[in-house]
Write a protein that binds this ligand. Structure first.
Ligand SMILES: [Mg+2]
Length: 228
């Protein structure tokens, strides 16, 4: 990594194993209280558009009669106890990579898509905030290019790492000089697997990995492959 450059990183599925966190462990935390998995997913889809949080999801399920007030308190306790420290959901190479950048004095920015307070909860729970010069949360899909515009003039070289090639396409279209890395954290055999448990384990990440990109981004599986 050379100085004079900067690295812009996506959060979900790039640094953080969102599938294991949300679709496996959070889902299981609700289901252990007798909430039906299908209903839980439907209610997630209802809550998400107005900005997601576990509290809002739980409130919604309570209003719908899926959860009684006493069970709600018990779920809240489990969620607070089990999902305050989220460092175990970081991919193994994240902290070494960010520490190396920090030691080399290469500025690092986080570009995170989603509701600001929900994203902030995950980023802080993962203990990453101190690594970044700035953290940007954007609730708009494919709006990361707007954040890139804010920092692009300050650095000689920029690398952007994201699991969503559509974000990278928009960035590359406007700034061909930026190095774009399309990262896929799904093991190769899991990408092709027809096994339903494996598909569920990589539920969202698989879908991103199989999109078609307009530009030839660097494909990678780990952050050690990211160069500047
Ligand atoms: Mg992502």
């Amino acid at each position: 990594m050379r100085n004079g450059g900067a690295v812009l990183l996506d959060f979900d599925h790039t640094l953080f194993d969102t599938d294991r966190f949300f679709w496996i462990d959070i889902r299981a935390a609700f289901i252990q209280f007798g909430i039906d998995g299908g209903r839980w997913e439907e209610s997630y889809a209802r809550v998400w558009p107005d900005g997601y949080s576990l509290e809002k999801h739980l409130d919604y399920l309570t209003r719908q009669g899926q959860v009684t007030v006493s069970v709600k308190t018990a779920i809240q306790q489990v969620l607070r106890a089990s999902f305050a420290d989220l460092r175990s959901y970081l991919f193994a190479d994240v902290e070494p990579f960010l520490s190396r950048l920090q030691a080399a004095k290469i500025p690092c920015f986080l570009l995170s898509f989603g509701d600001a307070s929900w994203q902030e909860y995950k980023v802080h729970g993962a203990g990453l905030a101190h690594f970044f010069e700035d953290v940007f949360y954007t609730p708009k899909v494919q709006a990361k290019v707007e954040v890139v515009e804010k920092v692009v003039g300050r650095f000689g070289r920029i690398a952007v790492v994201d699991n969503d090639p559509r974000e990278l396409d928009l960035i590359k279209a406007r700034h061909p000089e930026i190095e774009t890395f399309w990262i896929t954290r799904v093991p190769r055999d899991a990408l092709e697997s027809v096994d339903s448990e494996t598909r569920e384990r990589f539920r969202e990440a698989r879908a991103y990995a199989t999109l078609l990109a307009e530009f030839p981004h660097h494909r990678c599986h780990t952050l050690s492959e990211v160069t500047l």
